[in-house]
Design a protein around this ligand. Structure first.
Ligand SMILES: Cc1ncc(COP(=O)(O)O)c(C=O)c1O
Length: 360
């Protein structure tokens, strides 16, 4: 006997990348930051008194909202803190999209979107990216035809690493009658010279909701803290109606606040990851694994048929190196590799070389 709603009974849940307890594994599979969070975050953690946990946390994480508003030059009322940015996705869908309405996404993109759409009983409309991962020229006509209530767009793109310009996003938000949920989980790794900044668009685009996370750029994936930025008409229904009463806990609030107030440290980390990303990309291309430019902390490389992506994934795993293989269209011949520490990237390259030398 099953008590599940019919759509839940027939759906598959999200499959997360493997997590491992083993210290010797080189973990390049879930786009975590290889460097620790800032010393200010460590100090904030040390200063937490267990007695403070007797009480409920500040319901709306006021101090964090203030810090985020200073960082992004918006009002605290434009910010909603969430328990990881995954919670923001779930909140936005359950607040704004009726069961039966359409959610549009690009294909490929973050594999949690279809799961969340399914939970809400929404229809999913997938618009495939072109072979070179650029947006199809008829993206907007396709979107309009879908009659989608919400478009979820990841930028920089995942798992491809490409970047859409601020101008493209602005035009899309202006033309689209539904909500544009812009997932900027990896935005901290974008080359600063590109001048990408979508936040000011919330002043002119009332339908634009931007997702940010502290998991990647701020090295706090284990903490579960993200936030949304948008017009008050988007933030308020989630903030005052659909959010859990205490959706972020006291410890997370202190640490997340310290992270946003130590951006000098984080900027150095982002620069290091960008530099290592370029070195790793060059090495992968030299080994014949075609790897396009990425504006994230991961690379999506094409594995020659002579080795095969799934096979390479397994051979690397045998050597205690985890990368991500997606068993889905457009991705079966590719691996997504998180940029690790210099030594980890080197170990990966050495392992791929050895595998190539020993394969028939
Ligand atoms: C594109 C994208 N968006 C959002 C998230 C969610 O991040 P978190 O819930 O850790 O904030 C991830 C995590 O991997 C991601 O890849």
């Amino acid at each position: 006997m099953s008590f599940e709603r019919p759509n839940i009974a027939k759906m598959h849940g999200y499959s997360p990348g493997e997590q491992t307890g083993s210290g010797d594994t080189i973990k390049l599979n879930t786009n975590e930051n290889p460097y620790p969070a800032s010393p200010e975050v460590a100090a904030a953690l040390r200063s937490i008194d267990v007695d403070s946990l007797r009480r409920y946390p500040v319901p709306m994480a006021d101090a964090f909202r203030e810090s985020a508003s200073r960082l992004h030059k918006v009002s605290p009322n434009n910010i909603i803190p969430t328990n990881g940015s995954d919670e923001l996705l779930r909140l936005a869908i359950s607040t704004f999209v009726e069961p039966g309405e359409v959610i549009a996404v690009t294909q490929p993109s973050y594999s949690l979107y279809p799961v969340l759409a399914e939970i809400q009983g929404c229809k999913l409309f997938e618009i495939p990216l072109q072979a070179n991962w650029s947006m199809p020229a008829d993206f907007f006509p396709q979107l309009e035809k879908s009659a989608a209530k919400m478009l979820i767009l990841v930028n920089p793109q995942a798992p491809t690493g490409g970047l859409l310009s601020t101008e493209y996003i602005a035009q899309l938000a202006a033309d689209f009658s539904g909500i544009v949920l812009l997932d900027e989980a990896y935005v901290n790794f974008v080359d600063p010279e590109l001048g990408y900044d979508s936040v000011s668009l919330i002043n002119c685009c009332e339908n634009l909701l931007i997702l940010r996370t502290l998991s990647k750029g701020y090295s706090l994936a284990g903490l579960r803290f993200g936030y949304g930025i948008g017009a008050e008409s988007l933030i308020n229904p989630m903030m005052f109606k659909t959010r859990d009463s205490y959706n972020t806990d006291h410890i997370s609030q202190q640490l997340a606040n310290a992270a946003l107030n130590s951006t000098a440290y984080s900027k150095q980390i982002w620069q290091r990851v960008r530099a290592d990303r370029e070195t790793l990309r060059t090495r992968l291309n030299e080994l014949g694994l075609a790897t396009p430019v990425s504006q994230t902390n991961f690379l999506l490389c094409q594995v020659p048929d002579s080795i095969g992506a799934k096979n390479l994934y397994q051979l690397l795993k045998q050597r205690n190196i985890l990368v991500r293989y997606f068993d889905q269209d457009q991705l079966r011949d590719k691996l997504r590799i998180t940029v690790g520490k210099e030594s980890e990237n080197l170990a990966l390259i050495t392992a791929i070389k050895q595998i190539q030398e020993t394969s028939p």
